[in-house]
Design a protein around this ligand. Sequence first.
Ligand code: SF4
Length: 325
Amino acid sequence: MGERYLRYRAGRPSPVFCNYFMTARCNLRCSYCPVRNPTGSPIFPFCRRTREVGTEEAKRMVAEAAELGVLWMSFSGGEPLLREDLEEVAGEGRERGMVTILDTNATLVTERRARNLARVFEVAVVSLQGMEEVNDAMRGPGVFRRTLRGMELLREEGVQVGVNFIITHRNYGEMEKVVEFLGERVDSIVFNPVCQAEAFRPRGREVEEVERSLLRLKRENPRLIYNSPQHLRAIGRYLRGEKVVECQPFDLHFSLMPGGELCGCFYPLPVGRLEGNGRELLERGRRMRERLFRECGGCANSSYFHVSHLFRAPPPALLLRRFSP
Ligand code: SF4
């Protein structure tokens, strides 16, 4: 980690974080999700076109990400548990020394699957969007209870569980209730504003309320709330319409789409397929970065924000800060 930091400071960065979106399939149909629904984002048409690679190719891509320097790799979707080879593919990353992170809705976790997942994942980030009534209105009947059960099973097997709460105009009033309810049930909670689905954003006075709640929650639960104070302020700026671009695609992070296309982040502007040509693709990505920033509209995604700020921070802060996207 120290070596990566010095390389970054010397102007020779190598990516440390990769999101692998293993599939665009999902067992749920959450109203605000641009992967499954036409919310106006280019993510939806892209996900309809891309075809998932098979197990061997997926493992090869994970191995190549490790060779490029990735330390933290998140396995996401869609719903990654729909891939029966998830553990085998993520296991490749674990064997190569990465911190492997499962990004899931947890509704498909059974006792047996939890045992298998615990062999390859250190951390699970589980989406939950409110207490039962609001969460299920946005995501489908029964989802809240199934999610809680899935989280419980993962924790029983020793996986660290964090909750990812996506702030929308429908659920911002649930943030405090969720923090109070989850306090003893999870290891951390991270807040992210809905993005790429403009119609779902809080507006006007709602944004002020979101900002007040977030700062209060962080003050009262500094360890439980994973967001840094800088990120919480960025959420407010983003929701007020500012174009927030505090990421470093291709230098510190990249993503892999289901078909093996390499992008700078979740935004679907691929620079090519990862086929033994990682360094060349990253270099091509750096040259396309201005175009990406023009097209994406900005975001306040916590993973990209935190990894970028971690490396911009002076060395003592780097040593003190925990990171798990
Ligand atoms: S600001 Fe744009 S380029 Fe940066 S992470 Fe967000 S969507 Fe990607």
